[in-house]
Design a protein around this ligand. Structure first.
Ligand code: NAD
Ligand code: MG
Length: 381
């Protein structure tokens, strides 16, 4: 029996995690839950899972229903306090954006195992988070939930002592995979939210359309698997059946396959190294007519180029890329800027700020603050 804190419990990943908890009540107990603004959904989840702790991070709690007196509620600025104090073995971090960084940090400071869904934590906190996540006597203290990184992690279980030569990070290509550069620049919100294979929250769906999601994942993979940027290759695979692959010196490649359903990587992180029934069937290979692959195109999707440029620039560059992208995506979701301005904003912010230091957590927050300010200036928000 393991107890789990689920941060971002009302989101797409959070709800699927709760599904898996319900599927295996003999294996998991909820230790804490967080949501941002949806207090009713938080109360409902606390009630259903008898969570002994809960935090609403983006609004006041208001009056707490009488039947929830068994739960200790934390105020909006007390997420990290809850993460430290709750009785979780594992903390599943599925909050959107850099907002998840502090909680991830707090989880590791408190010796809790981190199940990381959110990529922005490693994109911004990279080396610092990895330094805080060395393995202990029970095994890894950080397990990836992002489907590609879970796939790579699963393949690595079969690598033995052999070094990985190349990580092939697959990408669906998003809704604009076949579009011209000009058409992508003018894409509407409705078009950007129409993801061909995955159903996800709004921010990551827009990131998938711009391929900033893949850029963030390239950076995430660099830190998780301690490889150089040049060892990571993004491969567009529109069917989203191959979730990623690792290649070795002898030319052999291992892949992890499955239908595009996050419950598999979520449950694998929760039960590693064991596998339990997840509710997800294997792909129907007879019905799959083909699996296709094509190169990622940095001309039409500059995010793919920016991932390597920021990794090679070092310091807090990846954090600046992330902060500018968060500001631009939020503005695009509100209808304030055209789709093409997301790229322009990130690139201009990176050029304007240069390479900032990333020696300690405070540097990361400062780089994020400067990036957001520069991005807002550029977009005239
Ligand atoms: P979502 O928008 O559906 O849910 C986000 C959750 O975080 C909600 O519970 C929300 O209340 C909370 N939240 C939002 N802003 C917050 C803030 N500022 N502070 C605290 N809490 C906040 O998003 P999602 O699709 O579940 O994605 C969550 C994370 O997982 C993202 O970082 C995303 O990149 C990553 N991820 C998602 C998927 C997927 O299939 N949905 C796949 C891989 C990785
Ligand atoms: Mg992913």
């Amino acid at each position: 029996m393991r107890s789990i804190a689920i941060l971002g419990a009302t989101g797409s990943i959070g709800r699927q995690t709760l599904d898996e908890v319900s599927r295996h009540p003999d294996r998991f107990r909820v230790a804490a839950l967080s949501a941002h603004t949806n207090r009713e959904a938080l109360f409902e989840a606390v009630r259903a899972f008898r969570s002994p702790a809960a935090c609403l991070t983006g609004a006041d709690l208001g009056e707490i229903p009488k039947d929830l007196s068994f739960c200790q509620f934390y105020a909006r600025d007390e997420l990290e306090k809850m993460v430290r104090e709750c009785e979780a073995d594992d903390v599943l971090d599925a909050i959107v954006g850099i907002a998840g960084l502090g909680a991830a940090w707090a989880a590791r400071q408190a010796g809790k195992r981190l199940l990381l869904a959110i990529k922005e934590t490693l994109v911004t906190g990279g080396r610092l988070i990895m330094d805080a996540c060395g393995p202990n006597e029970d095994g890894p203290t950080l397990l990836p939930v992002d489907s590609e990184h879970s796939a790579i992690f699963q393949c690595l279980q079969a690598a033995g002592p052999n070094k990985v030569k190349t990580i092939f990070l697959t990408a669906s290509g998003g809704p604009f995979r076949t579009w011209s550069r000009e058409r992508i620049q003018k894409a509407t919100l409705e078009e950007a939210l129409r993801h061909p294979t995955w159903s996800m929250g709004a921010k990551i769906t827009v990131d998938s359309a711009s391929m900033f999601n893949k850029a963030l994942e390239i950076i995430e993979a660099r830190w998780l698997f301690d490889v150089t940027p040049e060892q990571i290759q993004a491969v567009v695979h529109p069917q989203s059946i191959v979730h990623s692959m690792i290649g070795f010196e002898d030319g052999a490649v291992l892949a992890q396959l499955g239908v595009p359903d996050m419950r598999v990587p979520i449950l694998y992180a929760m039960t590693y190294p064991e596998r339990l029934e997840s509710g997800v069937p294997a792909p129907d290979f007879a019905a799959l007519s083909s699996l296709t692959f094509e190169p990622g195109d940095p001309e039409r999707f500059p995010a793919l180029r920016l991932a390597y440029e920021t990794l090679n620039a070092g310091g807090a560059s990846c954090c600046v890329l992330n902060g500018a992208n968060e500001v631009a995506v939020a503005a695009f979701l509100k209808g304030l800027i055209p789709f093409g301005s997301i790229y322009a904003c990130v690139e201009e912010t990176l050029n304007r700020l240069g390479v900032l230091p990333a020696e300690e957590i405070a540097d990361i927050y400062e780089a994020d603050r400067l990036a957001r300010r520069a991005a807002r200036d550029y977009l005239k928000l």
